[in-house]
Design a protein around this ligand. Structure first.
Ligand SMILES: N[C@@H](CCC(=O)N[C@@H](CS)C(=O)NCC(=O)O)C(=O)O
Length: 262
């Protein structure tokens, strides 16, 4: 079976999970412990970031490489258009989402996480002892405010980043009012990437992510709940409804294991 070395709340890992589900491929998730677990990832893939896919003796790192690999190796339900122009447009959208959309989302998400205790503990590896989670939850958000300002994130910078992200969501929202797919007339890697890369802005409402229930269908206040982007999130959630497989086990029973790679 395919094995996906991952972080549960990583948008790049989510992109690969969405592609795997879309293609109907079975896979096993292996949650990697940040830091120590990544040493082994470096050993097997020559770099330390996740996702990494293991398919028999083949190891593929980087969500784009994994997407291309999966479409080559498992061509049923293709995610890349066969028309060369559409294919190039699709890859340009994908690259835009992986870089620009991800970058525009980063600060607004960080700001949201640091002011939300539930969110902070949700992003810790599931095997983090409860005592550490409780301690982190009990810290007032001013502590995180202070840490934030220590690395130069002022309120003005955050508000500019929020405005930037809003402008981008506005554009996506408008495009999707007029057409159901970002490229051509069928679902492609472009749609799957944009859908997955926005889970941190607002998590999808269903039971897809191994995060506490109270964080589902929630996101950056003032953006996730703004009706201006309703069309975009309806489009995104429909992709989830159509293609993403819901979790089959609860958070408690899928706690991460340390990685084992022969
Ligand atoms: N270009 C990579 C980016 C992957 C990436 O940034 N992964 C993050 C998780 S969201 C990561 O592994 N961060 C840990 C680190 O950089 O050490 C891809 O598309 O897979």
């Amino acid at each position: 079976m395919l094995e996906l070395y991952q972080f549960e709340f990583s948008p790049y890992c989510e992109k690969v999970r969405l592609i795997l589900d879309y293609k109907g491929l079975d896979y096993q998730k292996i949650e990697v412990t940040p830091g120590v677990g990544q040493v082994e990832i470096y050993r097997i893939s020559g770099q330390k970031q996740l996702p990494v896919l293991k398919d028999g003796s083949t190891i593929v790192a980087d969500s784009t490489e994994i997407a291309l690999y999966l479409d080559r190796k498992y061509p049923e339900k293709p995610i890349l258009p066969s028309d060369p122009v559409a294919r190039s447009q699709c890859l340009i959208w994908e690259e835009w989402a992986d870089s620009t959309l991800a970058k525009k989302s980063r600060l607004p998400i960080l700001d949201y996480i640091k002011s939300d205790a539930g969110m902070r503990s949700a992003l810790l590896p599931s095997q983090t002892p409860d005592v550490v989670k409780t301690l982190l939850n009990s810290l007032p958000s001013e502590v995180f405010e202070f840490l934030g300002s220590g690395i130069g994130i002022s309120k003005e910078v955050i508000s500019k980043a929020n405005k930037n992200l809003r402008d981008t969501l506005d554009n996506l929202n408008t495009i999707l009012v007029y057409k159901p797919y970002l490229v051509g007339d069928s679902l492609s890697l472009a749609d799957l990437t944009v859908a997955a890369l926005t889970i941190g802005i607002k998590s999808p409402p269903g039971d897809y992510l191994d995060i506490p229930a109270q964080l589902k269908n929630r996101g950056i206040p003032g953006i996730a709940d703004d009706p201006t982007y309703e069309n975009f999130f309806r489009w995104r959630d429909q992709i989830y409804l159509n293609y993403r497989k819901p979790l089959t086990t609860s958070r408690a029973s899928t706690s991460p294991s340390s990685i084992e790679i022969e």
